[in-house]
Write a protein that binds this ligand. Structure first.
Ligand code: ZN
Ligand code: MN
Length: 481
């Protein structure tokens, strides 16, 4: 029996975070707004209206194209893609067909195990990136269908990959890297919960060693990395079973839908071809031209790629998983940078920001946005480094900061948490400790140095952790040493 290999390609739709929609002046931020309140005759496709391309959207699509290594041809234009569906008021989508905005890029991404440790690096080639407008949203409820056109006309980037992905893990890792890139160039919020990034995945099988691509199954409606992964795993198994039964691949392309609740795919249709959409050049929008110098200017304005930023963080001595977390959240990164700037100690900054802060936020069911800001974290570090509080007390202070939103200075003084570093006070405590622990003193004098720890511990307990341990030890040694 021959060994089968999985061939996967993705089409990714990402909403651009522009102020207005793709071809009209309507507010592009419709999230949470009452249905059909951010619409106008243009995005509702009324006859006699004229679409005007959004310059901000074009600029952001260009930035994204360059960040994924695509080439920008000097000319492109929009096309009408026709199909009937109630979420598409004009009866066609304005998209790009044979002359897309950009072509032939590639994205490098890491594969990691469940602990976040990087296990390999892959490259997925990008076929194209084109611009188009989104459709409205349909809600099926109580046997009725409700139409909300707020999303109709939202600017989308459609990014199509070559069939370079060889497993569901690779598909997810690639999609996550692409998301990071789009966020880093500022073209999309790519908020998965708000449906700002959606996937269609094509999957087929072939005998390893052969080159020909077999008919594929295109899975629609994947709105999360989890469903992308599960749908691909499900469909791979189904295609393998079919191969075993029929002794070969699918006879022709099919389109299936992923049912999130049932965790299975369902046949929607045998795939339509480009002819079925009756593409033709959009007559109401002139072609776009880009000169090479303008494209170069945009390229120079791009931030470093997220992977390069991650590599930089790794050189500080953090683990892959820590570096990836900083890579995935700009806010976490800025908190880390502030603490690292103060401490110049990456391990310590990571322990405070990545481990402790995030742990407390999780325990108190708060988001990073609801937690303490950079200023408060830096004051906490200053309090530790000045000896005002001990490292142990600092954890308590941090948790209270997360819980109450109070400033560290207020928490420390209200809680009477200041460390006892006054020599006179510690001297008195040490005298008391010596008197109370004759056995430990004796064993110390008999050469058991570990006994010293027990005496220091007694002082720490007595002061509920507020004595400065180094100072206690120093005075103790002077008295009994
Ligand atoms: Zn509009
Ligand atoms: Mn599309």
């Amino acid at each position: 029996m021959s060994i089968l290999e999985v061939i996967i390609g993705l089409e990714v739709h990402a909403q651009m975070n522009t102020k207005t929609k793709m071809f009209c002046g309507c507010d592009n931020d419709a999230f949470g707004k009452a249905p059909n309140t951010t619409v106008c005759p243009i995005c509702m496709g009324h006859p006699g209206t004229l679409p005007v391309p959004n310059k901000e959207a074009i600029a952001k699509a260009l930035r994204s194209s360059l960040a994924i290594g695509c080439t920008i041809p000097p000319d492109c234009h929009f096309d009408r893609k026709h199909y009937f569906y109630p979420d598409l008021p004009a009866g066609f989508q304005i998209s790009q067909y044979d002359f897309p905005l950009s072509k032939a890029g590639s994205v490098e991404y890491d594969l990691a195990d469940s602990s976040g440790k990087v296990t390999g690096t892959r490259v997925c080639r990008i076929t194209r990136l084109h611009m188009e407008n989104d459709a409205g949203k349909l809600t099926h409820r109580y046997g009725k269908t409700l139409c909300d056109y707020n999303r109709a006309g939202t600017p989308l980037m459609e990014i199509v990959t070559e069939p370079d992905l060889r497993s569901s893990e690779e598909a997810v890792a690639f999609a996550q890297e692409l998301r990071r890139i789009l966020i880093s160039v500022g073209s999309s919020e790519a908020d998965m919960f708000k449906g700002m990034m959606r996937f269609d995945a094509s999957i087929s099988l072939r005998e390893k060693g052969t080159e020909k691509l077999n008919p594929r199954s295109e899975i629609k409606n994947l709105n999360s990395f989890k469903s992308l992964e599960k749908a691909l795993q499900y469909e791979e198994k189904r295609l393998r079973d079919l191969w075993d039964e029929a002794g070969g691949p699918l006879p022709h392309d099919i389109t299936v839908g992923w049912m999130d609740d049932e965790e299975k795919t369902r046949l929607l249709r045998t795939k339509e071809t480009a002819d079925d959409y009756r593409y033709f050049p959009e007559p109401d929008i002139p072609p776009l031209h880009f000169d090479a110098a303008a494209v170069e200017t945009i390229r120079l304005s791009l931030p470093p790629l997220p992977r390069d930023e991650k590599k930089k963080v790794l050189t500080l001595g953090l683990t892959d998983a820590e570096a990836q977390q900083l890579n995935d959240s700009a806010l976490l990164r800025s908190l880390f940078d502030a603490v690292y700037g103060k401490t110049k100690d990456a391990k310590r900054a990571s322990s405070i920001v990545i481990t402790q802060l995030q742990g407390f936020l999780h325990a108190h069911e708060k988001t990073l946005e609801e937690g303490p800001g950079t200023e408060d974290l830096v004051s906490l570090i200053e309090a530790i480094d000045a000896g005002t509080i001990s490292g142990n007390k600092a954890k308590e202070v941090l948790e209270t900061m997360v819980e109450t939103g109070k400033k560290p200075s207020a928490i420390i003084s209200e809680g009477g948490m200041q460390q006892i570093s006054d020599s006179g006070a510690i001297e008195a405590l040490v005298v008391k400790a010596i008197a109370a622990n004759p056995k430990a003193i004796e064993s110390y004098r008999n050469g058991k140095t570990a006994a010293l720890g027990a005496i220091v511990g007694w002082v720490m307990k007595e002061t509920r952790g507020q004595a400065q341990p180094e100072k206690v030890q120093e005075i103790l040694l002077r008295r009994i040493g």
